[in-house]
Design a protein around this ligand. Structure first.
Ligand code: HPA
Ligand SMILES: [Zn+2]
Length: 356
């Protein structure tokens, strides 16, 4: 027990006082996490625990060797390891444990509302039923709502490297679970898989009263962001950092107040930017875009939501007002009801008075 360090403090050993103060400040802000793949919260310790439980042999000697493999050169190099990790998720309790662990962590980070992605196709193709996935995830979400008052939405995503027909079949399989679903999304390998490939599927999703979101402009060109807006009629762009080279697109995003769910640590780990100092988040904020900060796949990128806020604050020299704007954007960009947004925005307004 002597050497036990709570995961929240694992990275704190070498921190300066101002880092600790900033971390506490960021934690204290009510915020929403809007870009989080639940499968991307699988920490190596849990991967080994579940592999042992199910008699699965992971191709790594131990937890350290697995964590050591989390070194990526591109989105695809990450996805190859991520889909391998998914294999250990087999029964309802696995999905519960995974989601429960993430929600506990999010709560300590001051997250008051989560919108969680998951990849139904990566489970169904292994013979894991949708009811197992939904039951496990929603059991944890309902527990966090009871215990912490944390609200939630669920967003199943279609894998864009698979066919539009497969996505349509997946949408049909999801319909019996419609009461648990707020929106549908699009993720996985971006290059060569434009949003327009899924126009019909997203049309159908909207006739079924689902909102839509899509990953676009992570590695892909601005054209994919235009297509997500015009073909898929999304309410948010996931990532979207590739918009910067297209002035007309930036103007449209600003004018429509179209949120971008930016994931800074993910962008560095997947080599979208060479370093955090080169990240374009501050420039996008200065262009009046509705930028939010999120963790994407925190177990793989080594950074949960507060780590992401802190990293951009330090690297880009963001003020406390900037940080509050990011938290405010997250509430505004969420799929919460208007009255709930007003409640959290009121709390943030009081905090803003306190720092300005
Ligand atoms: O960052 C991502 N991009 C695309 N697909 C994904 N699936 C999990 N994480 C990601
Ligand atoms: Zn993502």
């Amino acid at each position: 027990m002597e050497n036990f360090i709570h995961p929240v403090f694992r990275n704190c050993k070498n921190m300066t006082l101002s880092e600790l103060e900033n971390r506490g400040f960021i934690r204290s802000l009510p915020k929403a996490e809007l870009h989080l793949h639940i499968e991307g919260t699988l920490e190596p310790e849990m991967a080994f625990q579940l592999a042992r439980k199910h008699g699965i042999q992971l191709p790594y000697r131990d937890v350290d060797a697995l964590r050591g493999a989390y070194s990526f050169s591109s989105l695809q190099s990450f996805l190859d390891i991520y889909y391998q990790g998914v294999q250990v998720l087999q029964d309802e309790d696995d999905f519960y444990q995974l989601t429960h662990a993430y929600l506990q962590r999010a709560h300590t980070d001051g997250v008051v509302h989560v919108e969680i992605f998951f990849d139904p196709q990566s489970h169904m193709e292994r013979g894991v039923s949708l009811s197992v996935v939904f039951d496990g995830i929603t059991r944890a979400l309902e527990g966090a709502e009871r215990e912490y008052g944390m609200t939630y939405r669920l967003i199943p995503c279609f894998l864009r490297h698979l066919s539009a027909e497969a996505a349509m079949q997946t949408l049909e399989a999801l319909l019996p679970y419609r009461d648990y679903i707020c929106a549908v999304g699009l993720d996985s390998s971006e290059d060569g898989h434009p949003p327009s490939k899924f126009t019909q599927v997203f049309n159908r999703a909207r006739t079924e009263n689902f909102l839509t979101v899509a990953h676009a402009g992570e590695e892909g060109p601005p054209l994919y962001i235009w297509e997500a807006l015009d073909n898929l009629k999304v309410s948010r762009i996931d990532h979207g950092v590739g918009c910067e080279v297209d002035d007309a697109l930036c103007e449209r995003l600003a004018q429509e107040r179209m949120p971008l769910t930016v994931c800074p640590a993910s962008n560095i780990k997947l080599a979208i930017f060479k370093s955090m100092e080169e990240h374009n988040l501050k420039r996008l904020l200065q262009r009046d875009l509705c930028v939010t900060v999120n963790s994407d796949d925190p177990a793989y990128f080594g950074a949960y939501i507060v780590d992401n806020y802190l990293a951009v604050q330090q690297a880009l020299d963001l003020s406390r007002e900037d940080i509050i704007s990011l938290a405010r954007n997250s509430i505004e960009a969420s799929f919460l009801a208007e009255a709930e947004k007003v409640f959290w925005l009121g709390k943030l307004k009081v905090l803003n008075y306190a720092v300005s």
